[in-house]
Write a protein that binds this ligand. Sequence first.
Ligand code: HEC
Length: 265
Amino acid sequence: MKMTFKKTVIGAAAILAAAFGGISIASAAGGGDSHYEMKHVHWHFDGPRGTYDRAAMQRGYQVYREVCSSCHQLEHVAFRHLGDKGGPFYNEHYKNPNDNPLVKALAADWTVEDIDIDTGDVIDRKAIPADMFPPVYANASAAAASNNGKAPPDLSVMVSARTGGADYVYNVLTSYDKNDNMMNMMMNSQVAMANPLSEGLVEYEDGTEATVEQMAKDVTEFLAWTSDPKMEARKSLGLATMLYLLVLSILMWFAYKSVWRNVKH
Ligand code: HEC
């Protein structure tokens, strides 16, 4: 009786092992053709001490403004955020980003809708730092209708929202072949966006050469910041916490030694 039970267990284990072995062989064999290797970029903000590259973010803002903003909104971002500590246009002389003249000028380059308080009419006016980035289209149907039925998604948190994060966005932007066809991206996701970038599309103010890879990298750096503007603050707090815990552990060790020093082990 005992033997039979043992045999049953061994048998079951063998079946399970065979099944899992089989599955892993099957999965190794299949799925090869549709697989697209995502190119990994070395980001300035990688790692526990990584920070955003300010110059890259500023160039990235320029790419967003001149290229992407005709289709994609940044609905969670206000102009004043650009001048927040850690933001692309932070200036330590202006603790309040609403006073930062560069942020004011950047905002004034945009038009937002407002209500005329005397007449109640909808009017257009220049944006101020307190305004949010304005919508591109009147509504979702209009957005889809203007883009072959697929509305361009909001980009504020795109880097956080997609598997692969910044690498994913970079790969979308650099995955077009010479004929502007998107090379087979990830497993089955095809993005219905025409190639937005081409060599020299923007003229960088800092003289950086505007290759497709450069623009893709810069705008992704900018969008990584819009997705996670508090990253730098969080990382430095994390580091301070680790340091605190380290010092605490050392003190605890000496306290332990001193408390037990007269006790025989
Ligand atoms: C002419 C309009 C247009 C422009 C310009 C444009 N896009 Fe798009 N974008 C789209 C559309 C349409 C989609 C696809 C929506 C879909 O497939 O559902 C898209 C998709 C994307 C996606 C993929 C989103 C996802 O769901 O995974 C990313 C990332 C993206 N765009 C980033 C950008 C960036 C960055 C720029 C500027 C360099 C840009 N786009 C410029 C229209 C545009």
